[in-house]
Design a protein around this ligand. Structure first.
Ligand SMILES: Nc1ncnc2c1ncn2[C@@H]1O[C@H](COP(=O)(O)OP(=O)(O)OP(=O)(O)O)[C@@H](O)[C@H]1O
Ligand SMILES: [Mg+2]
Length: 358
């Protein structure tokens, strides 16, 4: 029995009522980088020196599942950041449940431990990509909203300036003072207009920070980022990269976000599993990146809306993903299009490659 538990794929830790660890399998050793010898017999709070779900270390010694002894729950599930035996930090998911004796008293707690670093990385990347997309979009919206009133203020100031100059009711001293006030306001309006213009420029092209990138390598990076989440959803991921692909000058971070947005949609479209295929090849038109899923596809009647900002059919969706992706690709002089397929959805990005980029 012990041997079977020891070779289980998931970490299994058992502690008694005194919080003493009585069993710590091999997977636990790998996840926590603490050896069994060091841990068994110790207070389980000693293992997770820093343990938190918010990023801040809790001070008291914490054991997953202690709430169970206190009779509050019979099962608990928490994501915890731990400091491992070698001092490095990692994330685990700890699912604890009670082991009871014949009278129903809790005698031990068994905790199933899983390394969730990859899952966390994926979640962080999505958050980053969504935040950046949202920021860019709101900068554009805000700039638009401010631009028109600023123009109106500028015109009104010009009118006021002329009125002050032409009036005979003011002494030349007062005229000078009023004109000075107008001039200050005008300068500020011009400064703000310049700032708004910069904001608009930034969110349109996002000031691309280009470097020579191997898109095949980038797709593989994206795939390994998506893999844990895809596997959880029963999605098979395939990357098909053409040989001898020329490098292309792109803003790596932005392009990665654009492709991620498309692929995340693919994952979201297949909650019951499926296939996610991404590929990159070189043709006369440039670098061609395809992202295909086997989800329900996109109905004809909404196909011309999906790239619109804020268009979403999802509960809790923002409708920014594809609009952002299209903006980024277009800022590179490329195109992003939905292609007809018999099953699922297929998006194609084409990035032109000019002669001096490879
Ligand atoms: N692979 C896909 N399969 C099915 N429908 C899709 C797919 N990709 C996009 N869509 C449709 O296009 C809409 C717009 O997508 P978009 O990524 O812009 O926004 P969202 O996913 O709804 O929200 P957000 O990306 O901002 O979280 C989606 O709501 C969905 O209806
Ligand atoms: Mg989306």
């Amino acid at each position: 029995m012990n041997q079977a538990l020891d070779s289980a794929g998931k970490g299994i830790m058992i502690q008694d009522v005194n919080r003493k660890v009585v069993f710590f399998n091999h997977a636990c050793e790998e996840i926590t980088r603490w050896s069994k010898e060091k841990i068994v017999g110790k207070d389980c709070g000693d293992i997770f020196q820093c343990h938190t779900s918010t990023g801040m270390c809790l001070t008291e010694k914490f054991c997953p599942g202690v709430d169970i002894f206190q009779g509050k729950f019979s099962k608990t599930s928490r994501e915890l950041m731990i400091t491992r035996g070698d001092g490095s930090e990692s994330w685990i998911e700890a699912n604890a449940s009670a082991i009871r004796d014949a009278e129903g008293r809790v005698t031990h707690i068994v905790t199933i431990m899983e390394d969730i670093r990859e899952r966390k990385k994926f979640a962080d990347e999505i958050l980053k990509s969504k935040t950046l997309s949202t920021l860019g979009t709101f900068a554009a919206e805000l700039a638009h909203e401010i631009k028109n009133p600023l123009n109106a203020m500028n015109i009104q100031m010009l009118v006021l300036e002329r009125e002050i100059q032409d009036t005979h009711k003011l002494s030349s001293k007062s005229k000078k003072e009023f004109l000075e006030i107008v001039s200050i306001v005008q300068k500020e309006v011009i400064r703000l207009s310049g700032f708004v213009e910069e904001c608009l420029q930034f969110s349109r092209t996002g000031e691309l920070n280009k470097s020579l990138v191997n898109m095949g390598e980038m797709l593989n990076e994206i795939a390994s980022l998506l893999l844990p989440q895809a596997q959880l959803n029963g999605i098979y991921v395939e990357v098909d990269v053409m040989h001898a692909l020329p490098k292309v000058k792109v803003d790596k971070d932005k392009m990665k976000q654009a492709i991620l947005n498309i692929l995340i949609n693919g994952i979201e479209a297949m909650p019951d599993g499926g296939e996610l295929r991404m590929g990159v090849q070189y043709s006369r038109d440039g670098i061609l990146i395809s992202c295909q899923d086997t989800g329900p596809g996109i109905p004809d009647e909404i196909q011309d809306k999906i790239f619109n900002l804020f268009y979403t059919t999802k509960n809790g969706g923002t409708g920014i993903g594809l609009s952002f992706a299209q903006n980024i690709v277009q800022a590179h002089g490329g195109t992003l299009q939905l292609e007809q397929t018999s099953k699922g959805s297929k998006f194609i990005i084409v990035i032109p490659v000019d002669e001096n980029t490879y």
